[in-house]
Design a protein around this ligand. Structure first.
Ligand SMILES: Nc1ncnc2c1ncn2[C@@H]1O[C@H](COP(=O)(O)OP(=O)(O)OP(=O)(O)O)[C@@H](O)[C@H]1O
Ligand SMILES: [Mg+2]
Length: 288
């Protein structure tokens, strides 16, 4: 009797930690304010987003000034724009981390402000630049506290985003315990692992705040292909920094000072010779 009990209380501790983990990962913990409105849920989710003339202010000054965009189910939209142009603010609204916008944001035809934050979070997974890993096994880091995600699903999700190769090279493979903040993984491997987590949770919409720092070229190739795999399976909104990500998008939204300055495909925007074209010429380096 003793040992099962011990194991059980161990599991509770893990579950409690994982609940916090989920909050952090899918809830944009640092940026979240207390959301008071909305308790509706969605009957069927397709992953269709329509943003119409949205204004938003953190304090008095409007940060978003009439943003409109549409992302159809399965489409990939890349957001680019200079620092402070409102990219992160827009995705915070889409993930319902902030409320109090004016205008309309619809997820599968329902106004976001009437949906519960939990419904929005179940439908849309956010992959942030800041990777969240836990001092638990690889399996735990992918499935977190979800008992419905089994070993096969974890492995299948990891395989889609090419995380399986490096995991199987670890001494304990899927049972390998990661060190705090993923210190025994490279930054790129950490990203692949968070991609695997996203695929295992299988949301309709993936919101990706792309990070590019310090990734070796071999892992970089894997990441680029992993992103392509996610693109082919999900509705995606990505704050993009890699040229390969930007050009792979169905549509690019160029933000400038809280407005959508330009919108189109890579080719269309280059031909337009405007803001996007000049960002492209400067290699996107300082602008995105
Ligand atoms: N929590 C906040 N409270 C008040 N103002 C904020 C907050 N977050 C962002 N801002 C302001 O809103 C504006 C847009 O910021 P946002 O983070 O959306 O830009 P961004 O396009 O994501 O920039 P970057 O490329 O640097 O990430 C900036 O002027 C910023 O100072
Ligand atoms: Mg940002």
């Amino acid at each position: 009797m003793f040992r099962p009990l011990q194991e059980f209380s161990g599991k509770i501790a893990i579950i409690q930690r994982a609940t916090t983990a989920l909050e952090k990962i899918f809830g944009l913990l640092d940026d979240k304010e207390q959301i008071s409105e909305g308790d509706s849920t969605l009957e069927e989710t397709k992953g269709h987003i329509v943003v119409d003339d949205v204004y938003f202010a953190y304090k008095e000054e409007d940060i978003l000034k009439g943003v409109s965009m549409e992302v159809k189910p399965g489409e990939v939209v890349a957001i680019v724009g200079s620092t402070g142009s409102g990219k992160t603010t827009l995705i915070r609204l889409l993930t319902r981390s902030y409320e109090g916008y004016r205008g309309s944001i619809k997820l599968d035809g329902v106004e976001l402000s009437s949906l519960s934050p939990q419904t929005v979070r179940d439908t849309t997974a956010t992959v942030q630049q800041d990777i969240q890993l836990f001092s638990e096994t690889v399996h735990f880091n992918v499935a977190l506290d979800n008992p419905e995600i089994n070993e096969k699903q974890v492995e299948a999700a990891a395989s889609i985003v090419h995380a399986d190769t490096f995991i199987e090279d670890l001494p304990d493979q899927w049972k390998q315990v990661l060190r705090e903040r993923g210190a025994n993984l490279s930054a790129g491997q950490g990203q692949l692992l968070t991609f695997a987590r996203t695929m295992a949770y299988d949301p309709k919409v993936v919101i990706l705040d792309e990070a590019t720092a310090n990734i070796d070229s071999k892992t970089e190739t894997l990441i680029q292909d992993a992103i392509a795999q996610i693109f082919s399976r999900k509705t995606v909104i990505v704050i993009a920094h890699r040229l390969s990500t930007i050009t792979a998008a169905d549509r690019i939204l160029v933000m400038n000072k809280g407005r959508v300055a330009e919108q189109g495909t890579h080719k269309e925007l280059l031909e337009q010779g405007g803001l996007y074209a000049s960002m492209y010429e400067s290699g996107f380096s300082e602008n995105t």
